[in-house]
Design a protein around this ligand. Structure first.
Ligand SMILES: Cc1ncc(COP(=O)(O)O)c(C=O)c1O
Length: 489
């Protein structure tokens, strides 16, 4: 690769690092990620420290120290009198390369919206391992059953399933409606269900069909960064609304400029785990009805509830048809399946079927058919039941490990449902630095501050996923994390 391209790659990776971070750590992380992504491949000769420092307008020492750290860790190797090279990491070739980010894309060529999306990006390059939140253990998925079912629907005699689809696979909607009736106390006609490729697409569709550019949307603060970014990308005026112990807590003044959309996760608020209180639910429904706002209910992980019976949905409580319910298969099947569903008030169904088809084109019919059978034959509930046991044990192990290593320095919340626990620091800590340093030591965690749209309000903490971490790895990863945390206290 030519020298100027190498510098450009490094620059692009540097742009992606948290701005709040110290520059030395940002450069180190950028180089490390570029190597892991194989954007800088083995044997690539890095620019001399002096010229890279000049090109990136950094101090030479900053570059020297970043190189030194990577030399020690084995990502780089120095050849005497020659220069610094990306080393031949033995096991890197066998690992799938994480997706490349923004390589080959220049910010200058992007629209304002494109730049905004790229600059606010918050999804993690690494999507598994200790302690990535929000991901299930895909290694325990019943592969052979799924393979048999998918194979059954990918045959010449069922070639009709390989077409685009306007309405989706009918029997899957029936299976989902039955499932929702039993587990979520929701009485819905299968026709009210639209199957879609993931919750982000659901949110995007709601934004496009129910709101116009500049309309106001409320989100929870802290809340799911993905929803915030999708709503912003759709051109909405996103207003963060704080939470209290009862859940989303808009003031009377907030209602004076009513929103068009309200995004909430009432059964298990993400990332705090708070369950919205009944009086707050009733008030929210009533006021939304009065002002003509639509409520988007993100019910992303309620199947995985450990200590209590499932919490009833807002959709089921609403008699005035103001709620759009989002379900996803990502947490209980696997995220890469990219299947989710909306349950809609009857009057919205036609527009959403059309919108889904016009904007994204429906497909994945063999998978939809396999999923319908997976649910009907009881594999779905059996898998959820099994994973609930596995996850509960891992959740307890993480709680125990964090408590024994950090004691009172942190407080924990959440964990009644879902795949992660939220830890808050009891004293001011730069949680983004903790997360960055912990990532550099191989442990992924997400700083609580990143879930806040309003940084003035942000509290420091860490969102830790336990579900995808085998029991034996929880203790060692918690030890590494605790060492990093202690260093920042
Ligand atoms: C709160 C919340 N809602 C929705 C989703 C997205 O689900 P999907 O994979 O269906 O897009 C996530 C994914 O992490 C999530 O954390």
């Amino acid at each position: 690769m030519e020298a100027h391209l190498i510098t450009e790659v490094i620059e692009q990776y540097l742009d992606r690092q948290p701005a709040a971070e110290k520059i030395r750590l940002r450069l180190y992380m950028a180089l490390r990620l570029a190597i892991l992504d194989q954007a800088l491949t083995q044997g690539t000769k890095l620019p001399p420290t002096r010229s890279l420092a000049e090109d990136l307008k950094l101090g030479r020492n900053t570059v020297v120290r970043a190189y030194e750290q990577l030399l020690v860790e084995g990502y780089l190797e120095g050849r005497v009198g020659d220069g610094t090279y990306v080393s031949d990491l033995v096991d890197l070739a066998s690992k799938p390369a994480p997706p490349r980010r923004l390589i080959g894309t220049r910010r200058e060529g992007l629209s304002r919206r494109g730049t905004m999306i790229a600059s606010n990006a918050a999804s993690s390059v690494i999507q598994h391992g200790a302690f990535m939140p929000g991901v299930p253990d895909v290694d325990l998925f019943p592969f052979s059953i799924w393979r048999r079912l998918v194979a059954k629907y990918i045959t010449p005699s069922q070639s009709n399933l390989l077409h685009y689809t306007h309405l989706g696979y009918g029997p899957l909607k029936v299976a989902l409606a039955n499932y929702l009736r039993v587990t979520r106390m929701m009485v819905v006609d299968p026709k009210q269900i639209v199957v879609i490729n993931g919750s982000h697409q659901s949110i995007d569709l709601c934004a496009r069909l129910l709101a116009d550019q500049g309309d106001r949307a409320w989100i929870e603060d802290p809340g799911y960064w993905g929803a915030r970014n999708v709503l912003r990308a759709a051109g909405l005026d996103v207003l963060p609304i704080p939470l209290d112990a009862k859940g989303l807590a808009p003031t009377l003044a907030d209602w004076e400029t009513p929103p068009r959309l309200i995004f909430t996760s009432p059964s298990s608020q993400y990332p705090t785990g708070t369950v919205m209180a009944l009086d707050r639910r009733l008030e929210l429904l009533e006021r939304a009805h009065q002002v003509g706002a639509w409520i988007i209910e993100d019910d992303y992980d309620n199947e995985l509830r450990y200590d209590e019976r499932p919490v009833a949905s807002l959709f089921g409580l609403c008699r005035k048809q103001r709620v759009i319910y989002l379900g996803t298969l990502s947490k209980v099947m696997f995220p890469g399946l990219r299947l989710a569903y909306l349950v809609l008030p009857e009057d919205l169904v036609d527009a959403f079927v059309i919108g889904n088809s016009e904007l994204y084109r429906g497909g994945r019919m063999p998978e939809q058919a396999a999923l319908a059978e997976f649910i009907d034959e009881g594999y779905f509930t059996a898998h959820i039941k099994r994973m609930r046991g596995v996850y509960q044990e891992r959740r307890d192990a993480l709680r125990c490990a964090m408590e024994s290593r950090l004691g009172d320095a942190v407080s924990v919340s959440g964990g009644h449902a879902g795949l992660q626990l939220l830890y808050r620091f009891r004293q001011p800590v730069d949680d983004a630095s903790v997360a960055a340093e912990s990532l550099a030591r191989g442990v992924v965690c997400r700083p609580l501050s990143m879930y806040y749209a309003d940084q003035q309000r942000a509290e420091p903490g860490l969102n830790l996923g336990f579900a995808a971490v085998p029991l034996k790895n929880i203790g060692p990863a918690a030890t590494t994390l605790a060492e990093v945390i202690e260093h920042h206290l």
